[in-house]
Design a protein around this ligand. Structure first.
Ligand SMILES: Nc1nc2c(ncn2[C@@H]2O[C@H](COP(=O)(O)OP(=O)(O)OP(=O)(O)O)[C@@H](O)[C@H]2O)c(=O)[nH]1
Ligand SMILES: [Zn+2]
Length: 315
């Protein structure tokens, strides 16, 4: 096993002829044993891959069939699935849109966890508050905006009336490749359909075409938006487990702690609990960080430390 060759990001499925010219493209859909590639020439076609090749939607690739070479990723967004395994959601993403609504309301810390994961993965987090058309949303919108409006871009929208979608689309049109995450029922699907009407249609078309006998379900797709920008959609993806953020690094990504992080704490490995000379404690005392925000930070820190302890025990 030891001498087994290192896993390459290359696939060589099928024949051996390499006479066709090499083409650069991006993976726009993943079907398990084949990927749909949009080439720079504008051509779009299916290329076979090995099932566990590790390619994901958003990957830039060089294709000289039957060879497919994955180019290095700028970013990768990872998540933990229900069994605790780490999965890559998409490659070369720029923005994580965290979708929330007053109902179902986000669990405490949900928004922060998603934002921490985004920042840790070098993605820009933005907050999208849906169901803005409902009167019952008002209090939630006011409270949520008060916390996040100075930290990230916040869009109050309604997938039903279209309110606020222009601003969101304008933002995405800057050329961002975005991924939307939200718990079931907040209206993520409605929102994606409103922004990208051909989304459902596209998936249907791919399935219908059966592309060269490939009939596995599409797990993830990348769509170019009419106004500009792209979005990656992964059906059935809702929960968002924190991945790979160490307890020590949490504060550096935590929304609202930006000012505190400008002044280093006395101890380099400060976890901002009760350590003396702590910048977070100072801002907390000055009222620049609210007790509520700090409590949420401690709760996530507890979770990460528990995870770390479990990991150490397993090892
Ligand atoms: N009033 C109002 N209702 C909305 C809005 N967006 C979605 N809904 C409703 O909220 C419910 C859930 O919408 P979905 O789009 O299925 O939500 P989702 O988050 O994608 O849910 P899953 O597909 O289960 O992940 C539906 O009954 C929608 O009609 C909105 O902006 N305003
Ligand atoms: Zn500190």
């Amino acid at each position: 096993m030891k001498n087994k060759k290192k896993k390459k990001s290359r696939d060589n499925v099928g024949g051996t002829s390499c006479s066709a010219p090499e083409q650069k493209g991006v993976i726009v859909a993943h079907h398990g044993i084949a990927v749909d590639i949009l080439f720079e020439s504008g051509e779009r076609r299916m290329v076979k891959i090995k099932r566990r090749a590790g390619h994901v939607v958003g990957d830039n690739v060089l294709v000289q069939e039957p060879r497919l070479t994955r180019l290095p990723r700028r970013t990768e967004l990872r998540r933990r699935d229900s069994r605790g395994s780490v999965r890559i959601v998409g490659a070369n993403l720029d923005v994580l849109c965290v979708v929330v609504a007053h109902l179902p309301s986000p669990t405490p810390g949900y928004i922060d966890q998603a934002m921490v994961t985004a920042r840790e993965s070098d993605l820009l987090p933005v907050l999208v508050i849906n169901k803005g058309d409902l009167k019952e949303s008002e209090k939630f919108i006011a409270e949520t905006c008060a916390i996040y409006k100075d930290i990230v871009d916040v869009f109050v929208v309604s997938a039903v009336t279209g309110q606020g979608l222009d601003a969101l689309e304008e933002f995405m049109a800057q050329g961002f490749r975005s991924f939307f995450v939200g718990i079931t029922g907040v209206g993520k699907s409605s929102l994606l359909n409103a922004i990208c009407p051909e989304l459902d249609l596209r998936v249907g078309e791919l399935f219908e075409a059966g592309n060269r006998g490939c009939n596995t379900t599409t797990v993830s797709t990348l769509h170019t938006l009419k106004g500009g920008g792209e979005l990656v959609d992964t059906p059935g993806f809702n929960e968002f487990g924190l991945v790979d953020v160490s307890p020590r690094d949490l504060a550096g990504y935590f929304p609202g702690f930006e000012q505190a992080m400008e002044t280093p704490c006395r101890f380099r490995d400060c976890r901002h609990r009760t350590e003396p000379g702590c910048s977070v404690s100072t801002l907390l005392q000055e009222g620049k960080i609210s007790q509520e925000r700090y409590t949420t930070y401690l709760e996530i820190l507890d979770q990460l430390e528990a995870g770390e302890a479990r990991f150490k025990t397993r090892r």
